[in-house]
Write a protein that binds this ligand. Structure first.
Ligand code: TXA
Ligand code: MG
Length: 328
């Protein structure tokens, strides 16, 4: 296959890409969380193309993206709790797991009777869903197991030879995949994946406690497709409960040392010391995490040593991705 072409979000390009989607082809799309690899969620053929292009096993279900609340009932069977969350956080980085309808092929949900649904906020992706006129299944647009992409260039770099169309919508503003909540039983919601919408925020809206997903001994989740080895750079990643600048300066010079905020240093900071955000702002750190991991992965370092983020909310999501990146 020839290399993928990258399209800007002009009305003409959007109409063209929507026609490709209606024909069952797949298109890499920008979202506020990470870039996705989209296809008609109601077409088993389109879903199969997504799995093939990613090299993703078909037992790992896809997320279905909709552009309006009316479309929810087309793919899922909502309940009052799920609708509360949808009204509070959509469009945005929250995915709800609900019983599926017959419109969604079994392949999209890996044979599960439930479906994961999200209404994204990225304006170009929303326009594309509307123009395509069908809900779009889209996993993150990375080869299976690698770090998720947060720019069109990331997608082109790793999937460029396996797909034909990439829609460029700039850098993802959130930078981490959506929060996933299992809402099949609205009285017992379960957080399957932490993200920018936090557990506290969800509990406040629902007025009930949200359980965390159960973990296997290795820290891997029991949710489908949530195995630990996910989001991993090729370079080994080591997480440190506490990492000081002194340790980094005296540590291996062939390794990269990554801090959440800029370390306080009296002298010059060595070139192999990095930080996610100068002030350690966690939302901004999250936005940059995947692109920094990709950059460091290309830097031929022997290892990437990372300071463990602490705290609740978005820190939980950052930590979750780092734990996965560090698991081999
Ligand atoms: O932010 C996001 O959610 C991005 C953008 C593109 O929207 N998408 C994304 O998709 O992260 P993906 O395929 O990389 O992760 C989807 C995960 C699956 O691995 C699985 O763990 C969970 O969603 N999932 C999907 N359907 C499910 C279901 N029916 N029950 C439980 N978990 C499900
Ligand atoms: Mg993914």
């Amino acid at each position: 296959m020839t290399a993928a072409r990258t399209y800007t979000g002009t009305p003409g390009n959007l109409a063209f890409l929507a026609r490709r989607l209606k024909k069952g082809e797949i298109v890499a799309v920008p979202t506020e969380t990470v870039y996705g690899l989209a296809g008609d969620a109601t077409s088993a053929r389109a879903c199969m193309r997504i799995f093939k292009a990613k090299g993703r096993p078909t037992d790992d279900p896809l997320i279905v993206h909709i552009a309006s609340l009316k479309d929810l009932e087309r793919v899922a069977v909502p309940n009052p709790g799920a609708l509360l969350l949808a009204r509070a956080f959509w469009p945005g980085p929250l995915t709800l797991v609900l019983p599926k309808t017959g419109a969604v092929p079994d392949l999209a949900t890996a044979g599960l009777p439930s479906v994961a649904v999200r209404m994204p906020s990225h304006p170009l992706f929303r326009k594309l869903i509307r123009l395509a006129g069908v809900p779009l299944a889209a996993p993150s647009a990375n080869p299976f197991g690698y770090v998720s992409p947060t720019s069109a260039a990331h997608v082109a770099k790793h999937l460029g030879r396996r797909i034909r169309y990439i829609l460029d919508g700039g850098s993802s503003s959130i930078g981490l995949e959506s929060t996933i909540v299992d809402m099949r039983n609205p009285r017992r919601p379960v957080l399957l994946r932490p993200g920018a919408v936090t557990k506290d925020e969800i509990e406040r809206v629902l007025g009930v406690r949200v359980a965390r997903r159960r973990k296997s001994p290795e820290g891997a989740s029991v949710a489908p497709g949530q195995m630990a080895r996910h989001y991993s750079p090729r370079t080994p990643v080591r997480l440190h409960a506490s990492l000081t600048f002194t340790e980094a300066r005296h540590g291996s010079s062939s390794a990269a040392w990554l801090f959440v905020g800029k370390p306080a240093a009296l002298g010059p900071i060595p070139a192999n010391v990095y930080w996610l955000d100068p002030l350690g702002d966690l939302r901004r750190a999250a936005r940059r995490l995947f692109s920094v991991l990709r950059e460091l992965d290309e830097g031929k370092f022997s290892a990437i040593h990372v300071e463990r983020p602490s705290g609740k909310g978005i820190a939980e999501a950052l930590l979750d991705r780092l734990v996965r990146a560090a698991s081999r």
